[in-house]
Write a new protein. Structure first.
Length: 263
């Protein structure tokens, strides 16, 4: 189309140069002849037949005629209506505006490098975590990231976004120990001093896990909030997101990991 448009521009430029030595009378005669030919063409065309213009023809006519006042444009003898010429011009301007305003990169913007680094760190330090668990931890830190984004980042790094959980988790172990404390036969099998130490250790572990579960761990059923603590407001300051300083607090000897912003 650009080549055809260039050809039309050059040929019509030479046609304009040809008009310079012509007198006004000769130009008026040629205009009358052209108008009469248009009238003959209109009579020969059926009412349901429209003259088809190539895109480059539309572009040339729109650029040539839209500079005229609308009143003058309506007096011209054209194959198409003056409103059609104006519509072509609007479409050309709209297409040009769409090309200049089109984003260079389609789709969602890339994830901030600091968030991407944090996602990979959470997975490396917690191999059993899936993308949902990582997304929940990000929410507790006030970082607004879609679960699908976490999934894509892990896949790009060759990490399974949804690893299979072990058959026995730490929560399962704590529940089994709590049930064991309630079994009298089990308590009678160890010494009195051993019972005391064992009960204190399990109570401490249960208390740590209960605080972690109710005050920190994100729950999908609660919109990624903890049972006893609402989810924090998302961080909106770009400077804080670009310079994340996340501290890990280990509980129960590193079995539970709790993340927070460093003071």
């Amino acid at each position: 189309m650009l080549l055809r448009l260039a050809y039309l521009t050059v040929t019509n430029a030479f046609a304009a140069l040809r008009l310079l030595p012509m007198s006004d009378r000769d130009k008026d005669v040629e205009i009358l002849a052209l108008r009469h030919q248009v009238m003959v063409l209109e009579r020969q065309l059926d009412a349901d037949i429209r003259v088809k213009f190539a895109p480059e023809d539309r572009l040339f006519l729109a650029a040539l005629l839209t500079s005229l006042p609308r009143a003058v444009l309506r007096r011209l003898r054209l194959v198409v209506r003056p409103d059609t010429i104006l519509r072509w011009h609007r479409e050309i301007v709209k297409q040009q505006h769409a090309r200049t305003c089109r984003p260079k990169r389609r789709g969602r913007p890339p994830t901030v490098r600091s968030i991407r680094t944090l996602i990979l760190r959470l997975v490396w330090e917690n191999p059993s975590w899936g993308y949902r668990r990582v997304h929940g931890e990000l929410t507790t830190l006030g970082l607004k990231v879609a679960p699908s984004t976490v999934w894509e980042i892990l896949q790009q790094e060759g990490i399974d976004p949804a690893p299979e959980r072990a058959s026995t988790t730490w929560a399962d172990f704590l529940r089994s120990q709590a049930d064991a404390l309630l079994a009298c036969d089990f308590i009678e099998t160890i010494t009195l001093s051993g019972q005391r130490q064992y009960i204190l250790a399990v109570r401490h572990a249960l208390g740590e896990y209960e605080r972690f579960y109710n005050e920190h761990r994100a729950h999908q059923a609660l919109d990624q909030a903890a049972p006893l603590r609402a989810a924090p407001d998302p961080i909106t300051e770009p400077a804080r997101i670009l310079d994340l300083n996340i501290h890990r607090h280990d509980r129960l000897g590193g079995i539970l990991h709790e993340y927070s912003h460093a003071a």
